[in-house]
Design a protein around this ligand. Structure first.
Ligand code: NAP
Ligand code: MG
Length: 401
């Protein structure tokens, strides 16, 4: 059998720990035997980020702007413990934060539904897609550890030199400070991405913020969404028989739990980070969710929504058996390959991606799965496989299809 050819390379961003191990297994077992894989490789593993002063992360984002499609492995966001563990020169920023700041856009996360895996929330019979704004707020913040008494002010100096000042707080002792921002341009593109995705997939769109407390910051998000809806999407939504619905974030949380699913929930950056883990876990586990960043420049970055699965990695290093679910990382690859195929008119590549996704789902529905899935599967006698065993089982299903 001849291998599928590619014309344009994918931007490949390798990562850390257990997901880095899975990354290689997926390439060796599921991709390289079938595709003449063309990638431009960037090693975003923490060691190399440290070696390159994190330049590699910026380079990989710029390559994504150039080629249009990237696939990213999960990466460590360093904290104090990681500084010691990896002997870091600096506490490098979150690679996802850096990449999203360069690409801008919205992250869409949708659960991968599989028969036999019943959501923890019994009334969720349809998927809930989280649309997470991928620019700004706490992910592009400036912080100060206030050492002692003093006055904190928010100062904006306009291009003409005039200043606007707001008192933040008169400190009478030590404390902390944080400055965050967003841009109207980014919020507009976030809104448009959500409205068009809702129309494309014919699902209602919900949006929630905390505008009652944040009367300027969050309220601006609410106003921009409403304005774009009224002027550009209202009629189209009515024609499609779908609705746009705004509510406070806490009310949204309560309604989401009572709903039957089947809608898109647009969230600000931090809300989307937190809520997507909740939704993913309730539908199965963190590895049963697709995640794609859609940038207003028309570029796509596919990734898994979960982290580097550190606990499993330490077991792996000790030679112990691990049963890590690779589905989200496989779907990152298939999503990227299918998009590359679509852009390059490469039907074979699109079909390959579709078939590999069906093979993943069929393998689980046939009762072969990882430990985390077996805990929530209604399958009577699931066969629990280790990390590599599960990938090999998917390959067998794929080859039999
Ligand atoms: P995590 O990697 O998401 O894993 C947390 C726990 O969730 C695991 O210990 C495991 O539970 C379960 N889990 C997650 N993914 C799984 C999978 N594929 N298969 C089976 N179980 C899975 O989060 P973490 O261990 O707290 O974070 C590790 C590193 O990931 C951190 O350094 C963080 O900065 C980074 N991170 C990166 C990204 C990203 O690059 N997109 C996102 C989040 C976090 P059990 O141990 O109970 O089996
Ligand atoms: Mg997260």
């Amino acid at each position: 059998m001849s291998k599928i050819q590619m014309t344009t390379p994918l931007v490949e961003m390798d990562g850390d720990e257990m997901t880095r191990i899975l990354w290689k297994m997926i390439k060796d077992e599921l991709l390289l035997p079938f595709i003449d894989l063309k990638t431009e490789y960037y090693d975003l593993g923490l060691e190399n980020r440290n070696k390159t002063d994190d330049k590699v992360t910026v380079d990989s984002a710029n390559a994504t702007l150039k080629y249009g499609v990237a696939v990213k492995c999960a990466t460590i966001t360093p904290n104090g413990a990681r500084m010691k563990e990896y002997n870091l020169k600096e506490m490098w920023k979150s690679p996802n934060g850096t990449i999203r700041a360069i690409l801008d856009g919205t992250v869409f996360r949708a659960p991968i539904l599989v028969k036999g895996i019943v959501p923890y929330v019994k009334n969720w019979v349809k998927p809930i897609t989280i649309a997470r704004h991928a620019y700004g707020d706490v992910y592009k913040n400036t912080e100060i550890k206030v050492p002692g008494a003093g006055k904190a002010e928010l100062v904006f100096t306009a291009a003409d030199g005039s200043e606007t000042r707001e008192l933040i707080h008169e400190f009478d002792g030590a404390g902390i400070l944080q400055g965050i921002h967003n841009t109207e341009k980014s919020i507009r593109s976030f809104a448009k991405a959500c409205f068009s995705y809702a129309l494309d997939t014919r699902q209602d769109l919900w949006f929630s913020t905390k505008d009652t407390i944040s009367k300027k910051y969050d309220h601006t998000f609410k106003d921009i969404f409403q304005e774009i809806y009224d002027t550009e999407y209202k009629e189209k939504f009515e024609e499609a028989g779908i609705t746009y619905f705004y509510t406070l974030i806490d009310d949204a949380v309560a309604r989401v739990i009572r709903s039957e699913g089947g809608f898109i929930w647009a969230c600000k950056n931090y809300d989307g980070d937190v809520m997507s883990d909740m939704v993913a876990t309730a539908y199965g586990d963190l590895s049963m969710m697709t995640s794609v960043l859609v940038s207003p420049n028309g570029v796509y970055e596919y990734e898994a929504a979960h982290g580097t699965v550190q606990r499993h990695y330490y077991k792996y290093l000790k030679g112990e058996e691990t049963s890590t679910n690779s589905i989200a990382t496989i779907f990152a690859w298939t999503g990227a390959l299918k998009k590359r195929g679509e852009l390059d008119n490469n039907q074979e590549l699109v079909e390959f991606g579709d078939k590999l996704e069906r093979a993943c789902i069929k393998t689980v529905e046939d009762g072969k799965m990882t430990k985390s899935l077996s805990l929530i599967s209604t399958c009577e006698n699931p066969v629990i496989l280790d990390s590599l065993g599960f990938i090999r089982a998917i390959r067998e299903t794929f080859e039999a299809m």
